[in-house]
Design a protein around this ligand. Structure first.
Ligand SMILES: [Zn+2]
Length: 363
């Protein structure tokens, strides 16, 4: 990254893991730069080295990004309850304080928070009570020194209050809903159930396959197709299972264009997230994408969006047994409303972008 570019930067994101959505949001912000430690699987086919405004978070790059900028700077770090991101968040906080208090340059530290799992229990069970005490001390310290924290969901905001009991200087709840997709027109509702995501147990892939296997084909029913788009550790098992089936299609390693194309046509998007001892679905990006294409959503109570989905007529199930899943899929497939009615409940501007504008004090 060039020095003159750094001089204009007003927003530095220090991320444990960068994903495609970060880059897409950054497209609209020429004054933003991303420094990351790892890449999400959704960037597997993306040439990040050729992308100018993101770089590995090596010490030199972090220091240059924060200190070369002459503009008022917002340093965005990972949320304090993200265990793997806390080290980088502490470094970001420390450098921001040096910049603010020693160099006297306007600097804020902000984050977007969507963790809704029981981090206390997961750390205590795996590493003991002292590990949680040490982690929560640091995590609480970061939280209290945040200038702005935008919560994506009500359940994330509750989770922070219960586990850290600490407030940032300013906090706000901004649902991460995306508006109707501007690229896809018209939106259809083919009798198709779509799964997009990583083929791994926590995304409920096995529960979905089990339910589909038990599906009784009634001659009066419209022919329903299951489309599985993704890749991951269960890919081989998914392929073997789908092999002889005529009502299942697999799209492995789908491109963003393919995902749009399928989401714009499918009636139902399914994501049966399963909580583990150390993980709970925060939002579920495919749910947001499915909504913006007018899909009926079938999901579990794990997503932080569960309350919003329930009150907007989508299917949220407590258990992922075969009968529960099939019943929810059928209700979604038989829903009378069309995609345009579903997207009419969405905001006109991206909630995630609105949260960022607020964090950067630009609304
Ligand atoms: Zn689209």
């Amino acid at each position: 990254m060039e020095r003159d570019m750094n001089a204009r930067v007003r927003h530095v994101q220090l991320l444990y893991e960068v994903r495609r959505a970060h880059l897409e949001r950054q497209d609209h912000r020429p004054d933003s730069t991303i420094l990351y430690l790892n890449t999400n699987y959704d960037l597997t086919d993306f040439d990040l080295d050729a992308y100018e405004r993101a770089a590995r978070a090596v010490p030199g790059a972090v220091i240059r990004a924060i200190f070369n900028s002459k503009a008022p700077l917002a340093v965005e770090v990972n949320e304090p309850l993200m265990v793997r991101g806390l080290g980088l968040a502490l470094i970001g906080l420390l450098l921001a304080r040096v910049r603010r208090y020693i160099l006297g340059r306007p600097t804020t530290v902000v984050c977007y928070a969507i963790e809704n799992g029981d981090v206390r229990r997961s750390i205590t069970e795996r590493h003991g009570r002292w590990a949680w005490r040490a982690f929560s001390l640091l995590s609480r310290g970061v939280m209290k020194r945040m200038d702005r924290v935008a919560f994506g969901t009500e359940s994330a905001s509750q989770c922070y209050m219960e586990q850290l009991g600490a407030s940032a200087k300013a906090m706000r709840l901004v649902a991460p809903l995306e508006p109707r997709c501007g690229e896809c027109d018209p939106l259809g509702s083919d009798p198709r159930v779509l799964f997009v995501g990583s083929f791994e147990p926590r995304k409920g892939v096995l529960e979905l396959l089990a339910a589909w296997e038990a599906k009784q084909v009634d001659q009066d029913d419209p022919v329903v197709e299951l489309v599985l788009m993704g890749q991951g550790p269960l890919a081989e098992q998914v392929r073997d299972w789908a092999g002889p089936r005529t009502d299942v299609t697999i799209v492995s390693a789908p491109s963003p264009a393919q995902i749009h194309q399928f989401q714009a046509r499918a009636k139902v998007l399914v994501l049966l997230s399963q909580a583990t001892a150390s993980w709970r679905e925060q939002v579920g990006l495919p749910i947001l994408e499915g909504l913006s294409h007018g899909c009926e959503i079938v999901t579990t109570r794990e997503t932080g969006l569960a309350a919003w989905l329930l009150s907007n007529g989508h299917q949220v199930i407590a258990e992922s047994g075969v009968d529960d899943v099939l019943e929810a899929l059928n209700r979604a497939l038989l829903a009378q409303r069309g995609p345009e009615e579903i997207v009419s409940a969405l905001p006109l501007v991206s909630g995630r972008a609105a949260a960022q504008n607020w964090m950067l004090n630009e609304e």
